[in-house]
Ligand binder design. Structure first.
Ligand SMILES: Nc1nc2c(c(=O)[nH]1)N[C@H]1C(S)=C(S)[C@@H](COP(=O)(O)OP(=O)(O)OC[C@H]3O[C@@H](n4cnc5c(=O)[nH]c(N)nc54)[C@H](O)[C@@H]3O)O[C@H]1N2
Ligand SMILES: Nc1nc2c(c(=O)[nH]1)N[C@H]1C(S)=C(S)[C@@H](COP(=O)(O)OP(=O)(O)OC[C@H]3O[C@@H](n4cnc5c(=O)[nH]c(N)nc54)[C@H](O)[C@@H]3O)O[C@H]1N2
Ligand code: SF4
Ligand SMILES: [Mo]
Length: 719
């Protein structure tokens, strides 16, 4: 490495794909800044980008494969590690059957070019049906809606934020998250620009930073979005506002026949259950329809709740019925340079079910809410071993403490991770890959969800050391042992794949993609062009793409009302046909710009300062329970209870408590410098694995019934 190198790449930590400029002097990173010349991110970064340096330098990051013997970690060579892991997996499957091995794929896999492009082989070699991932604590509803309506699980349209003049946003906080299922860097400025053109309206049980910046913010009772959305559709039909415009010819049937489905959901009927007035619900619809280029968008707060799938369907339907799908400023389909859709499965559902609770698979994965019971319930097909790939389900999935206990009983746990986290602390083997700056990067997935088509590639900043391995190398090595090549051709194929690596595949995919020159090596977008464009290449604004974008053979949008609207029976049972008193307190999540799910918490510069793992509550609730700012409170649910400091703010809706996820690092054995000082508690000790969105099996992490009490008062009573 020469002195004073400038390195340009994309930050891979979240969906925003910010371009960054890294200065390296004498092999040391001396600065990480936003790349002002990146047309997508325009110089924007958030505080997490600098943590890439901390991650690279972190002495607590594992760099050598490890085995845990009698509770003690000892180092292994890579060869020893691969041989041992493969033979233990084989022995486990030989004794208990293939499904005895469970696999969990965590979120960072989708931010990792090599893992994304090269994990197929090993997953097939594992031959297990027990595959789980972070999808079912997150965006599963979006996949199901896109699979049903457009024919491909990844054909997910995104808000055309740069052209909308009326952004109606439910359950998202892009000022903290930097956008999701909407890869959008520099979102704060982009939302300011929306306001210059028109309006930003936010519906959220908390007045978030995004809501603060909006023209209007409306509180909503957690989990009741489905009712508001149904009432919005009711108003749309009742007031004659349905206008599909150009979309009409792309629909498989005339949507007016759906009108009666919404008859039971007048704004007046749902209002008391939602915390929003009937007049407000009507005005949301009228204002939307009066705008020139409105868009309705809902994200995590809507996806990960009891009616997440139906709600995401209703959001899509609303955009369709108002002609806002595939329309400039509305929800638009993207055209990424790597056409991942052509390379991946379109989707499938219910071909098999989880053994204990009978939850349906989607795209070969079972809902992770069922993982613990699959480990702890005896019988044929019981999970006896787990492979964790870049995940931390003990902190990320509902009733994490139950999963923590289940992991302890496994015969085998293997983690591919560079940290000992709350899940991998139970591992028998940890296989640590390199950190992000030691690998090449191209955003294969998030360009599919980007608000502008663009492409950017970067080589590794630091070459991987001889004794280190990429995730993809670990995966290929395991595959070679689990499923040895069967012929000379197979052997050669594997050798070529290894030599090509992710960039070889990427070069091919770019050629085959919509901007590539195909067989003409001189034409079109190619990897070598990207290498010569360190600030990335802008491929333009999103453009209408129907009917070509559709994957259904008949080139129509399938409205699939029967599949989704059959869930109305569950809505009625929950909200109307019940004598149950409303829950006093509902729990929701929260993201902070200096935290990333359950990790990056070993970066001092990100975690320093006051703990952000607090229970945020409304002043009226605090007053009623005599809770003062900073007091310890106990929040309890059906499955567990946590104690943490209260933070009192009228940014919370009354009756709602917000606790961020990803904390709870005080579990013994998590070997981080900051673990003690910034442990926090895990909100997923409260979320309930039995409370799911039954239509999809997605977890419910927002709208969990809980109770709240001051800790000191309880102590006084017991004394
Ligand atoms: N209550 C509640 N729970 C939630 C959420 C919520 O809003 N509320 N959000 C949910 C959502 S949206 C998500 S996506 C999940 C995330 O849940 P998970 O995917 O299970 O967890 P992460 O916290 O992302 O953990 C990632 C792990 O991967 C490791 N890692 C990072 N990069 C790499 C890499 O390149 N290779 C390898 N091998 N390992 C790597 C890190 O060290 C870390 O241990 O959490 C979910 N849980
Ligand atoms: N800084 C940071 N950025 C991240 C992450 C991170 O952990 N930290 N995680 C990344 C990941 S994996 C993801 S998936 C994305 C998620 O990105 P977003 O979808 O923007 O998720 P959140 O920031 O959790 O915002 C969800 C909002 O929904 C609200 N909400 C909760 N319950 C309800 C409800 O019932 N109805 C409505 N209408 N709103 C509700 C919450 O108050 C919150 O403001 O963020 C990504 N970016
Ligand atoms: S918003 Fe922050 S974490 Fe996300 S890509 Fe940009 S710099 Fe990285
Ligand atoms: Mo996520």
């Amino acid at each position: 490495m020469s002195l004073n190198t400038q390195h340009y790449r994309t930050c891979n930590l979240c969906e925003a794909m910010c371009g960054i400029q890294i200065t390296v002097e004498d092999d040391k990173i001396t600065s990480i800044k936003g790349d002002a010349e990146d047309s997508f991110s325009r110089g924007h970064i958030c505080p997490k980008a600098i943590a890439l340096k901390d991650l690279y330098e972190d002495p607590d990051r594992i760099r050598t494969p490890m085995e845990r013997v009698n509770g003690q970690w000892r180092e292994l060579t890579w060869k020893e590690a691969f041989d041992k892991v493969a033979s233990r997996i084989q022995a486990l499957q030989a004794e208990h059957g293939n499904d005895a091995l469970g696999v969990y794929l965590g979120n960072p896999n989708v931010h990792n070019t090599g893992s994304l492009l090269m994990s197929g082989g090993v997953l097939r070699a594992l031959k297990t049906k027990n595959k789980f991932s972070a999808t079912s604590v997150d965006q599963l509803p979006h996949h199901i809606v896109s699979w049903k309506l457009f024919g491909h699980q990844l054909r997910i349209p995104v808000p055309d934020i740069d052209h909308t003049d009326h952004f109606l946003m439910f359950g998202a906080n892009p000022l903290a998250s930097n956008g999701s299922i909407m890869s959008v860097a520099d979102v704060k400025q982009r939302l300011k620009d929306v306001r210059k053109r028109g309006k930003l309206v936010v519906v959220d049980p908390r007045r978030t930073a995004t809501a603060e910046q909006a023209d209007a913010h409306h509180f909503i009772r957690p989990g009741s979005d489905v009712l508001v959305l149904l009432a919005m559709l009711n108003v749309l039909f009742a007031e004659g506002l349905v206008s599909t415009g150009n979309l009409a010819k792309h629909l498989d049937f005339g949507p007016m026949s759906l009108a009666q489905k919404f008859n039971d959901f007048s704004p007046e009927r749902v209002a008391p259950l939602t915390g929003m007035s009937a007049e407000l619900i009507r005005s949301l619809v009228r204002d939307f329809c009066a705008a020139k280029a409105p868009v309705l968008y809902g994200r995590l707060g809507v996806s990960v709740q009891e009616f997440g799938t139906l709600s995401q369907y209703l959001i899509m339907l609303f955009n369709i019925l108002t002609g806002r799908l595939d329309s400039v400023g509305g929800l638009m389909f993207t055209k990424p340079a790597v056409d991942v859709l052509a390379q991946s499965g379109r989707g499938n559902m219910g071909r098999f079910h989880s053994r204990v609770r009978g939850l349906p698979e989607f795209n070969g994965e079972l809902p992770v809410a069922a993982l613990a019971e699959e480990i702890s319930t005896a019988g044929e097909g019981q999970i006896k071993g787990m492979l964790l790939m870049a995940g931390n389900p003990v902190l990320s999935t509902p009733n994490g403490e139950q999963l923590d206990r289940a992991f302890k009983d496994l015969d085998l746990l293997v983690a591919i991770d560079f940290y000992i986290n709350e899940s991998s602390r139970h591992a028998d083997f940890i296989l640590p890959p390199v950190s992000p700056l030691e690998r090449e990067h191209y955003d294969v997935i998030f360009n599919v969800l980007a608000v502008r088509n663009n492409a950017r590639y970067a080589k590794a900043l630091f070459p991987r050391k001889a004794d280190a391995r990429h995730d993809w190398e670990i995966l290929l090595s395991l595959r070679d042992r689990l499923q040895p090549a069967t012929s000379a051709k197979d052997k050669l194929g594997r050798l070529l794949l290894r030599c090509a690596g992710p960039s070889g595949l990427l070069a091919l995919l770019l050629r085959q993609g919509p901007y590539g020159g195909g067989l003409n090596l001189l034409k079109g977008l190619s990897l070598s062009k990207l290498k010569k464009s360190p600030h990335g290449i802008d491929l333009g604004a999103l453009k209408p793409a129907l009917p070509a974008a559709l994957y259904h053979k008949d080139k129509k949008i399938h409205l699939e009302s029967d599949f989704f609207l059959k869930d109305l029976a569950r809505v009625a049972a929950k909200f109307f046909n019940t004598d149950k008193a409303p829950d006093k307190f509902l729990l929701i999540g929260r993201r902070d710009v200096r935290s990333n799910n359950s990790w990056l918490h070993n970066s001092q510069r990100l975690v320093k300062g006051k703990s952000r793992c607090t229970a945020l509550i409304n002043p009226l609730d605090a007053q009623a329970l005599a809770i003062a700012e900073g007091d310890m409170v106990r929040v309890s649910s059906r499955v567990g209870s946590v104690e943490l400091a209260a933070q009192i703010s009228d940014e919370m809706m009354a009756g709602v408590i917000s606790i961020p996820h990803g904390w709870g690092h005080n579990l013994s054995g998590t070997q981080w410098q900051t673990a003690e000082a910034h442990a926090g508690v895990s909100v997923n000790a409260l979320t309930d694995e039995m409370q799911i969105d039954a239509l999809s099996g997605n977890a419910v992490l927002n709208g969990v019934p809980v109770s709240l009490e001051p800790v000191k008062a309880a102590a006084a009573i017991s004394a």
